[in-house]
Design a protein around this ligand. Structure first.
Ligand SMILES: [Zn+2]
Length: 120
């Protein structure tokens, strides 16, 4: 039995996007209530009846959330250009070593705008 599990995390942060055109609103310093999903996939152990403890995902992600929450993302190492795309890859690279079952990161910059990244 193959399943996908998703756990959602939140952080509040400021950024500006230096690669957008002059005069674009995203060039100005602004903030978002970011949300991201950590999606893992694998075979359920029949004896246990679960893939992974959601708490293990939380334990892997929380130290990373602490590095982002209420920070100016452009100053975080590796996030000089903190687009949703760059943030998704950054999260992937931080989480994949401790969560080998990771198959997808989705970063929600707003309620209607999100970026999916699955490695590569
Ligand atoms: Zn923004």
């Amino acid at each position: 039995m193959r399943v996908r599990l998703t756990k959602t995390f939140h952080f509040e942060a400021a950024h500006d996007l230096p690669t957008f055109p002059d005069g674009h609103k995203c060039r100005r310093l602004h903030g978002h209530s970011f949300r991201f999903d950590v999606v893992v996939e694998g075979e359920v152990d029949p004896a246990k009846g679960y893939l992974i403890d959601y708490g293990d995902i939380k334990q892997a992600a929380e130290p990373i959330v602490k590095r982002l929450d209420h920070y100016y993302l452009n100053k975080v190492e590796g996030l000089a250009n903190p687009t949703s795309e760059v943030i998704a890859k950054w999260l992937w690279e931080k989480l994949k070593p401790t969560l080998p079952m990771l198959v997808l990161i989705t970063v929600y910059e707003t309620c209607t705008s999100r970026c999916d990244y699955s490695g590569g």
